[in-house]
Design a protein around this ligand. Sequence first.
Ligand code: FES
Ligand SMILES: [Fe+2]
Length: 435
Amino acid sequence: MDMATRSSLIDYAALVRPDRVHSRLYLDPAIFEDELERIWYREWVFVGHDSEVPNPGDYRTGHLGKQPIIITRGRDMKVRVLLNRCTHRGNTLCQQRQGNAPTITCAYHGWTFGCEGDLQGMLFREDYPPDFKREDYGLYRVPRVELHRGFIFASLSPTGKSLKEHLGPAAANIDRFCDLSPTGEITMNHGVYRMRIECNWKMWMENSVDAYHVYQTHGSNVYLANMFEAKEGKAPPPPGKGYFGLIHARDLGNGHSDLDMRPQRRVTGMTYTGEWSGDIPQAAQRAYVEGLEKLHGKAKAEQILTEGPAHTVIFPNLFNMLQEIRWCVPVSVNETYIYYAPCLFKGAPDEINTARLRRDEGAYGPAGFQLSDDIEVWARNYQGLQAREVEWILMNRGIHQPVGRDQDGIPYQGDLSELTMRSQWRHYLELMSSP
Ligand code: FES
Ligand SMILES: [Fe+2]
């Protein structure tokens, strides 16, 4: 049975309702296969950052859905995404995560490819038929690759929406992050945490814009205490009523959503530099702010520092939060890899970038205090779904409440609403039930 026929047998509209979704969407291997075809192998997917391949011949391996890829920087400085599959008999070509090599030779029979994907040499070439053309056997190039502020997105579909159309207002959130760098550039080439989590990829995506879980899941650690400025002796405010209640959960369209902290910052007077610990010397802080003022002008720099970075999930797999970039790769219906990569501000004083790294390690490193909570909850969540006599997962928090429009015309509700997840599922339904 071909994919189109199989898809038409799944009634997604019956599984995705406005206020709830069916457990089968997380459990059924046929639905997972369908998602690969309709989302991961068709839509724009985040694959990496151009700072990972700064020089000609640089490469970084990864995945586009389940398909192995190599991101390369060619001699022409162009970033390409190649499938990591030798065109002879299909071996993966490149085994290392990252490096620099002008050519890559397949370990199986020794075909050699250039960093633009061209087939350059074969062992014992004379035994191939006379009409064999090397040009026909270059590595498969993913047809559409576009960058936004260094974020690399790839699509296996040769046609479709441009990246700009796909990102829509979510692009401004990436800009807010990059604008915090005194050169306007961030770098994501400082190590990465890769974790295998025992759940469906959509659970990670939902959780990344779920403010409701923070109180309970992370309630026992110092994360909340830090957030609520415990250093100043303030107790966390009650859920939905204090600082957190001022955050907006926004629907950015195309499945993207964010938790917009700017309304909270306006009330509390918090600024980006105000959140830094006292460990960063004043001179470094001053140099950082001066760098931003030089790049953007004084008024714009002040606005950037007041607004701070965004907390955004870009459908289906990118999550940009505070000091890092996170993404997920689906492995199977019940297994997902997640990557957490700390980012630095190119050109910022070392003390500031070092503090960013330490903060990242403290929260998300192997002994970090935050991510371990989530990993355990995701696995328990997936276990819970095995109890199939109870079919539905609720997404109805705040659904009865009015939806506002903010100054950018973007729909929002309070942060403890599940509007963000409902917007993900609405887009999911569109993609999965499209012809
Ligand atoms: S599979 Fe790569 S050279 Fe044979
Ligand atoms: Fe969490």
